[in-house]
Design a protein around this ligand. Sequence first.
Ligand code: ATP
Ligand code: MG
Length: 256
Amino acid sequence: MIRVLFNKKGGVGKSSLTVNLAAISATQGYRTLLIDLDTQCNSTAYLNVTDMPKESSIADLFEQTITFHLHRRPATDFCHPTQVKGLDIIAGSERLTELESELDSRHKIYKLREALDSLKGTYQHIFIDTAPALNFYSMSALIAAQRCLIPIDCDDFARQGLYSLQRKIAEIKEDHNEGLQIEGIIANQYMTNANLPKQIVNELIAEGFPVLSEYIGQSVKMRESHQAKKPLILLAPKHKLTQSLVSIFNLLDKSE
Ligand SMILES: Nc1ncnc2c1ncn2[C@@H]1O[C@H](COP(=O)(O)OP(=O)(O)OP(=O)(O)O)[C@@H](O)[C@H]1O
Ligand SMILES: [Mg+2]
């Protein structure tokens, strides 16, 4: 199953959730791939992916679609193992920025989907981290994915953003990717002792948004995990935050 974690709002937990869900997936024995489509490369850094072979990032995968090659490298060439057994990554790259306008003007929006289709037999779960913008790359991901997970940080701006996001996803579904579904809104940084998050989440449920039934609390453990460059399932498998993430993973559709 190919999933994209997307929200135009920044700082809602896209990278934190992508890395942790992918790590949990691998730990549960699924062959898993994470793709970092954000020029900030936060997922790549979180997984401590540093000594990569040359020309093997996501930017190189896209670049070969606009340069002449006698033999195009298969997508598997760009997948590299991480510290988590069973979890591979296509690493992020700042060079995505300089490639974006050319890729866009040469209509390469389906190239990620082609690459991921070729990887379906290799990986059972693919998780894509995106930038906080509806740019060429997040569009490519929404066209390539079967499911979209939308993290929110339970504030009113996040809720307002959901309406336009829902319309945009419906448009992408109609124009490019009929299989795309919003699988769930993930309530992140949910504070049980405050009223506003509860109110926002309840209103979203009443409006018919598919809010996942497990909410993720706010915990300093998340920052500690970033700093240690270790996903929570390795750093603190018994921690409440980790268990919450495991529950979210268990709620996801496991069909392929
Ligand atoms: N459940 C949580 N508890 C505590 N802190 C959290 C939690 N989830 C995310 N954070 C913190 O919030 C910040 C933003 O998280 P993250 O980078 O995952 O968001 P993002 O949506 O990927 O951001 P961007 O839009 O910039 O890519 C980080 O500092 C992270 O440590
Ligand atoms: Mg991020």
